[in-house]
Ligand binder design. Structure first.
Ligand code: F0G
Length: 459
C-alpha cells in the first residue's frame, strides 16, 4: 500500500483556542463595527485573517533567538542575516526593516516622486498605499485571466508583458523608478508567477532601462509552484529555483513574516551598492542603524534560520498540501473560490456566493461577517473596501473580484481545523439566498481604510 502523505514536523508546544456561542459573536462583531480587524483574537476560534507573522517558529528558530547579538552596530546577527540573504536570494546588499511595508517605505522614500508610475501585478495594498501616498501611480498589469476565478491555469499571478510594455512605452524612463513583480501574487489569490514570466518581465525592464523590484513576501511558495508546475524545473531544488528567480531582479522587498516564518521582520535587498547607499539615510531615519534597521538581533537570527527552513521542499509541500486540502473540501461542497488553490490562502468568490447583496453593500465583507457569525472563523475582505477610493476622483473603486481570503498560518492549524472551516462555509453557502443585505461605511481613513473602517447594517 502506498503510504499517505503526512506533515514534515511534529508539535512541541501548543496554544489553547476557545469556541464561542453565536449570541456572543453577534455582540462582539457589532461592537467591532462589523470590521473583523477590530475583534479581539480571544473572540476568534480559527484565525485566518492573515498568514503574516502568525506562523509557528521551529525549535531551531527559537534556539537562534537565544544567541542573538544585540549590539547596536555590526552585530553578529546582522552578518548571519546578510549571509542568508546572499546564499539563498543572491543579493549582496540589504537593509533590515521591521516588516515589509517598512522596506517599501525605505525604498520608495528614496526612489519615488510625485507623478511617477510603478507598473505591477496587483500591487499589495501597502505597496499601493506607499506609491499613492507619494502622489505616484500604481498601474496594474496582471494578466486578464486572473479575474476569472473558475479558470484553472498554473500561473495565474503573472504580469502581462504586453501591458507592461505599453506603460513603459508611454512614460519616460525617469518617471518609472521600478516595476513591481509580486511573487506569489497575493491580491489575485496567492497565485504564482512562472519563471518564464519573471524572465519576460525582466527582459522588458532591461529593454527600457528600469529596475525590476520583486515583492518577495511569498517567494518560496512561488518557487514550489515553479518546481511542481513548470516544465524543466521538476528536478531542481527549491533553493536553485529561488536563486534563479532573484537573478532577474534588481531589488527585493520582503515581508519576512510570511516565507521567512518569523513573527516580525523584513528587509530590502539590492544588487546595486549605489542604491543601497542611497537608501541608508531613510533606513536610519525611519527604522534604525543600517545593521539592525527595525529588528532585534535575535529576530535577525530567527529570520536567517527561517529563510533556510522556508526554502526546504518538505516544509513547502506540507504547507501547500494543507491549502489544497481545504480547496478540495470546498470542491466537494460546490463552493466557488479562486482556482486553483493558492499558496497561502483560499479566496472565496463572494460574488458567486452572495448573489443577492449589492456591490455597494460590500459583498465579500458581508460574507466575512457571516462566516464569523457561523463558527468564529475570521477571514479578510479582498474587495471594494480594500480597493478603496480612486486617488483622483475619490469615488469608490469596485474591483472585478469580491473575494473573502482565508489565509492559513504556517505550521499552525491542523486539517481538522480546515474541516471546520469548510463545514462552516457550507452552512453559510446553504443559506446564501436568505442573505440579502450587506453593510455601509460610517467611518473611514483617507487611505488604507480597510484596517480601521467602521460599518453598520445597510438596512
Ligand atoms: N507585500 C505583500 C505581497 C504582502 O502580502 C504584504 C503583507 C506586504 C507586502 C507588506 O508586508 O505586512 O510585513 O508590512 N501582507 C499581509 C497579508 C499583511 O495579510 O497579506 P508587512
Amino acid at each position: 500500500m502506498k503510504l499517505p502523505f503526512a506533515e514534515s514536523f511534529r508539535i512541541k508546544m501548543v496554544e489553547t483556542i476557545r469556541k464561542s456561542t453565536r449570541e456572543e459573536r453577534e455582540q462582539w462583531i457589532k461592537e467591532a463595527k462589523y470590521n473583523l480587524f477590530n475583534l479581539k483574537s480571544d473572540h476568534v476560534f480559527i484565525d485566518l485573517l492573515t498568514d503574516s507573522g502568525t506562523g509557528a517558529m521551529s525549535d531551531k528558530q527559537w534556539a537562534e533567538m537565544m544567541t542573538g547579538d544585540e549590539s547596536y552596530a555590526g552585530a553578529r546577527s546582522y552578518y548571519k542575516m546578510k549571509a542568508a540573504i546572499k546564499d539563498i536570494l543572491g543579493f549582496d546588499y540589504f537593509l533590515p526593516t521591521h516588516q515589509g511595508r517598512a522596506a517599501e517605505n525605505v525604498l520608495y522614500s528614496t526612489i519615488v516622486k510625485a507623478g511617477d508610475v510603478l507598473p505591477g501585478n496587483s500591487h499589495f495594498d501597502t505597496t499601493k498605499g506607499h506609491i499613492e501616498f507619494r502622489k505616484a501611480f500604481a498601474i496594474d498589469c496582471t494578466i486578464d485571466e486572473a479575474a476569472d476565478t473558475q479558470l484553472e491555469i498554473p500561473f495565474k499571478g503573472n504580469m502581462d508583458p504586453r501591458k507592461l510594455e505599453e506603460v513603459l512605452k508611454k512614460y519616460p524612463q525617469e518617471k518609472i523608478p521600478a516595476v513591481v513583480l509580486t511573487i506569489t501574487n497575493n491580491t489575485a489569490g496567492g497565485q504564482p508567477v512562472s519563471m518564464k514570466n519573471i524572465q519576460e518581465v525582466s527582459a522588458v525592464c532591461r529593454k527600457y532601462g528600469v529596475n525590476l523590484q520583486i515583492d518577495a513576501a511569498r517567494f518560496a511558495e512561488n518557487a514550489y509552484f515553479i518546481k511542481t508546475r513548470e516544465e524543466g524545473y521538476a528536478d531542481k531544488s527549491i533553493k536553485e529555483i529561488v536563486k534563479e528567480m532573484f537573478s532577474y531582479a534588481d531589488i527585493a522587498t520582503m515581508s519576512s513574516k510570511k516565507d521567512a516564518i518569523v513573527n516580525m521582520g523584513g528587509f530590502v535587498a539590492f544588487k546595486s551598492e549605489e542604491l543601497w547607499k542611497k537608501c541608508q539615510m531613510f533606513c536610519i531615519m525611519n527604522e534604525g542603524f543600517i545593521t539592525y534597521g527595525g529588528m532585534s538581533g535575535r529576530d535577525m537570527n530567527a529570520l536567517a534560520q527561517g529563510l533556510d527552513e522556508g526554502t526546504e521542499f518538505d516544509y513547502l509541500k506540507t504547507r501547500i498540501k494543507q491549502v489544497e486540502y481545504l480547496g478540495a473540501k470546498l470542491d466537494e461542497y460546490g463552493i466557488p473560490y479562486q482556482r486553483p488553490a493558492g499558496g497561502h490562502a483560499i479566496f472565496i468568490d463572494a460574488k458567486k456566493v452572495l448573489t443577492h447583496v449589492p456591490k455597494e453593500e460590500f459583498i465579500a465583507q458581508t460574507l466575512g461577517v457571516e462566516l464569523y457569525l457561523e463558527a468564529g472563523i475570521r477571514g479578510v475582505e479582498i474587495g471594494a473596501i480594500l480597493a478603496d477610493r480612486d486617488p483622483v476622483t475619490r469615488e469608490n473603486r469596485y474591483p472585478k473580484l469580491e473575494l473573502l481570503r482565508l489565509a492559513i498560518p504556517r505550521r499552525t492549524y491542523t486539517d481538522n481545523h480546515m474541516d471546520v472551516v469548510a463545514a462552516a462555509l457550507k452552512n453559510v453557502y446553504d443559506r446564501r439566498e436568505s442573505i440579502t443585505h450587506g453593510y455601509v461605511i460610517t467611518k473611514e481613513f483617507p487611505i488604507m481604510r480597510h484596517f480601521t473602517v467602521e460599518l453598520e447594517k445597510a438596512r
